[in-house]
Design a protein around this ligand. Sequence first.
Ligand code: UDP
Ligand code: MG
Length: 324
Amino acid sequence: MNAGKEKKKKEKLSLVVPAYNEEEALPIFYREARKVEEQLPQVEMEYLFVDDGSVDGTMDVIRRLHEEDSRVHYVSFSRNFGKEAAIYAGLENAAGDYVAILDADLQDPPALLPEMLRIVTEEGYDCVGSRRVSRKGEPPIRSWFARMFYRIMNRISSADVVDGARDFQLMNRKVVSAILSMKEYNRFSKGIFGWVGFKKKWLEYENIERAAGETKWSFWKLLLYALDGIVAFSTMPLVIASVMGILFCVLAFAAIIFIIIRTLVFGDPTSGWPSMVCIIMLVSGVQLLCIGILGQYMAKTYLETKRRPLYLVEEARLDEDGED
Ligand code: UDP
Ligand code: MG
């Protein structure tokens, strides 16, 4: 673009879009985003698609968009590294003064962007997040588990994880740098976004269903993700394990004293095998649970100490000099 010398250089807004098998949704997304762009004459746009190892035609779509529009950049991973890695790669490679993260499926409406940008540039906020106030169109059990997760998470961790918060947000450089400084391998973005702090405003909107394609999250995947989030942002399970240990010791001690006294007073009628078996099973169950909890943290520590890269790039076209 020919940035006029006499004019003050426009600030840049990067749209970071993680995409995994989104060949159907991407063209629709791009069209919608272009429409919104007309309402944003004050900024220069950059589209940064992060192809998370898609196995369909997503890369062809992205390459075509790149050819048609020089402001479309992309990073393509060597395999599927997950949305968290895609977000990190997006933030790392975005050239904008402001960066927005949006899903490719239009569940994060680009129509909110002008309002978000206004809030960050004019109202003095560093970051605008979005949360959906309804979970319309989602299976009820899934919603229930999601609500439980947020309730537990907020009680046991210092990260402020807002119910219904989406990854959809617009932030300034300060926040981007803060997020990039968190280089942990186990990335739980919802926790990270809350943990970094800064002045954040929330926009609320109704849940929107996918424009095309289908969700990448099965119930099982979500459950594991939730557990990962808890392990990443709270050590409360370890505390619970310790407390349980203490509780059982106290109980056992009381029981021993009780049995000794009873034997001394009433003699020793050998009975109570079934109850013994139950107790052994309960206690060994609790032990296994605690070892399991410990193991989770160990495993995470193990992965963290390997310092593996968060993602590997196969192909990329980026905004090299920042002023094309
Ligand atoms: N996504 C990704 N890598 C993955 C899974 C998903 O980059 O391994 C992207 C996906 O292309 C979409 C966004 O993350 O742009 C949200 O995914 P999805 O719509 O499946 O999640 P949901 O909206 O159902 O929570
Ligand atoms: Mg979606």
